[in-house]
Design a protein around this ligand. Structure first.
Ligand code: MN
Length: 404
């Protein structure tokens, strides 16, 4: 088989697999029910070798999988991209296994079981092309090299043409009015990785959109100013607790970002001054949800972001460690998974240019609960991208009646 023929075959197989995303799970109705008769082959008796929810190649949510960094053939509107990087953490390592853990957590979500009562939609049925583009092969020994690899990988996908040809029919908010080159760019959902991965992502997004806002779900500020005592080298300044400060130094952030879910210990109250005045964030603390309620939390985030291009970054440690223990720097007393998911729904309609879930370190998990929560949040991001406004309260969509 010559190379071009095998490439063509690969393209056909990928196209078939993309088509088969909806049908591949539970698609094996027996055509012959005569048990204990093995005179026929599997194909003759049962048809295709479909994937069950707990089998098959490990792609996010059984999506088509491609090595998009080297293979430009699969067109997509949204890419899932893993960044297995964890060599800039201040406490427990292990987030390099996050992308694979989140994919494991996504297995029960698939094309025949993705409609959500909370959103009132199925993000896989909106005509969007979503491809799991695999993981960036990041060097685990040299962070300067690793950061460059992540930026190059992100830019490689960000510069691809989207699958949609008619922008009017796109079920996803257009990025073209936000882009400096007036071109439509795909949206990338990145699976971390420790939080440092956001610095190369913001560097890449800056090339297309200029300075942007960030909605940052996290127990921690991540805007720590590296002190002289910790700045042995230029590289040692860049950690999963300082990357936003570096991003602001580099002019990647507009002055309109917001944290949600903050509750970490700090050096002193001066950290809040740095956070607001030097890096441009306002804070919604974990406790605020009790004092102002979830609707006011959502209103404040939306008011802060306005019409600006916005990147959504979610550190899984924003969720209480009782519900998401598999993370490097856990903080007690966090939001529930349900509260975080409700706030995310309230953000629909903002001008999102990308999103991530970071700091999932599956080795500290119990029964995959953190990976399942992270995967479900990625599913929410996909629903967010196809929603022009937050879903109405469910009781307004399908009112309760007292009929017997
Ligand atoms: Mn973080």
């Amino acid at each position: 088989m010559n190379l071009s023929f095998s490439n063509a075959l690969l393209l056909v197989l990928q196209a078939l697999r993309a088509e088969a995303h909806i049908q591949s799970v539970f698609s094996n109705p027996p055509s012959d029910t005569s048990l204990r008769d093995s005179s026929k082959t599997w194909s003759e008796k049962y048809g295709a070798q479909g994937d069950l929810v707990y089998t098959g190649p490990l792609a996010f949510s059984h999506l088509p999988y491609a090595r998009c960094l080297e293979d430009a053939s699969p067109a997509f509107d949204v890419a899932i991209l893993g960044m297995p990087f964890d060599t800039a953490v201040t406490y427990r390592p292990g987030a390099r296994f996050g992308p694979s853990g989140i994919r494991v957590g996504s297995r029960r979500i698939h094309g025949q079981r993705a409609w959500s009562i909370s959103w009132g939609l199925d993000p896989y049925q909106q005509g969007l092309k979503i491809v799991d583009c695999g993981d960036v092969p990041i060097n685990p020994f040299d962070n300067a090299l690793a950061l460059d690899q992540m930026e190059v990988a992100y830019s490689t996908l960000l510069q691809r043409d989207v699958a949609f040809t008619s922008l009017e029919d796109m079920p996803i908010s257009s990025t073209r009015p936000l882009a400096k080159d007036n071109k439509e760019h795909p949206k990338i959902v990145t699976l971390g990785g420790d939080h440092t991965i956001v610095l190369p992502i913001l560097r890449s997004l800056n090339q297309v959109y200029g300075p942007i806002s960030v909605i940052h779900f996290d127990a921690h500020l991540d805007t720590w100013a590296p002190s002289d005592a910790h700045s042995y080298t230029a590289q040692s300044r860049i950690t999963h607790g300082s990357f936003f400060y570096i991003a602001r130094e580099e002019g990647l952030l507009s002055n309109t970002s917001v944290h949600a879910g903050i509750r970490c210990k700090m050096i002193s109250e001066a950290d809040l001054t740095t956070d607001e005045e030097a890096v441009g964030f306002k804070i919604i603390s974990t406790d605020d949800i009790d004092d102002i309620g979830i609707n006011e939390v959502i209103r404040r985030i939306r008011a802060r972001i306005g019409d600006s291009p916005v990147y959504l970054s979610l550190d899984i440690d924003v969720i209480d460690p009782g519900l998401a223990p598999a993370t490097g720097t856990p903080e007690t007393g966090g939001w529930t998974t349900r509260e975080v998911k409700r706030i995310i729904r309230g953000l629909a309609g903002l001008n999102f240019v990308g999103a991530d879930v970071v700091e999932v370190a599956p080795a500290y998990d119990h029964a995959d609960i953190t990976s399942i929560a992270a995967a479900d949040i990625v599913h929410d991001f996909l629903s967010l991208f196809v929603s022009a406004e937050p879903p109405k309260p469910r009781d307004k969509r399908r009112p309760w009646t007292d009929d017997l």
